[in-house]
Design a binder for this molecule. Structure first.
Ligand SMILES: Cc1cc2nc3c(=O)[nH]c(=O)nc-3n(C[C@H](O)[C@H](O)[C@H](O)COP(=O)(O)O)c2cc1C
Length: 232
């Protein structure tokens, strides 16, 4: 099974999104999948120019010369595509959206890819409430869960209230976080072995890890620290 994961976080491996993405990919690897991970920050990929030359002039080919040339065949061959992104203004990050738009040469109107791909969303956000992910999940479903389409939206690993996670790992919160990372890894194993991620495991990744008031205090303290570190 070929898995292509793309992380749209500018923080790449040091971000909150990677805290969920990494064990998920690890679970898939341990279950035998062949996993490739790319970070948009390391890729040179401009926005789609919308000229439709990839449909009507040179079908299947993009006229731009950038890293999308390398990525398009990988997107085409993948059995599983993992879109990973922090929530930015209630959506995915700009670089990841640019990359998504540039898939147009693979989706020529009226042509089927002939391959049944599964798609997973991995996302983290600063807000406490899980509804912050609704626009991203809706977008994924609108793209990948169309009736009669060749793709399947296989689930989402969503971690709200993610901002204090790295600090929590150093203290008393480590145990609850470990259970979340274990769930993310299990999600990877399930996807490879069973073809889907159970609702229970998806909920375990999103579970509340502290009372809301405590979270707000931790988030405020973290903001103060960032402020200080930027000033110094
Ligand atoms: C420009 C920007 C916009 C953001 N917009 C939202 C938002 O709309 N909702 C939210 O809950 N968090 C928002 N956040 C917080 C991030 O989603 C959150 O910190 C995330 O876990 C960061 O992941 P990363 O460390 O992998 O980049 C925003 C952060 C930035 C920098």
């Amino acid at each position: 099974m070929k898995v292509l994961a793309i992380n749209g976080s500018p923080h790449m491996d040091n971000g909150n999104t990677a805290l969920i993405l990494d064990p998920f990919l690890e679970g898939m690897k341990e279950a035998g999948a062949n996993v490739d991970l790319y970070n948009t920050r390391n890729l040179k990929i401009g926005p789609c120019n919308g000229d439709m030359s990839c449909w009507f002039k040179n079908p299947g080919k993009c006229g731009q010369d950038d890293d999308m040339k390398m990525l398009l065949p990988k997107l085409k061959e993948a059995d599983v595509i993992v879109w990973a992104s922090p929530v930015y203004y209630a959506g995915i990050t700009g670089p990841l959206k640019n990359l998504m738009d540039r898939q147009l040469p693979l989706h020529i109107f009226g042509e089927s890819s002939g391959k049944r791909q599964k798609v997973v969303l991995v996302s983290t956000c600063g807000f406490w409430d899980i509804s912050m992910f609704d626009p991203l999940v809706s977008q994924m479903k609108a793209i990948y869960a169309r009736p009669g389409g060749s793709t399947e939206f296989a689930g989402a690993l969503l971690r709200p209230g993610a901002d204090p996670m790295r600090d929590m790992m150093k203290g008393d919160g480590a145990a609850v976080l470990t259970s979340i990372f274990v769930a993310a890894k299990e999600a990877g194993r399930q996807l490879v072995k069973e073809g889907k991620i159970s609702e229970k495991i998806q909920n375990d990744v999103s579970k509340k890890f502290m009372p809301e008031e405590e979270y707000k205090k931790a988030a405020n303290a973290m903001m103060e620290e960032i402020k200080k570190s930027i000033k110094s």
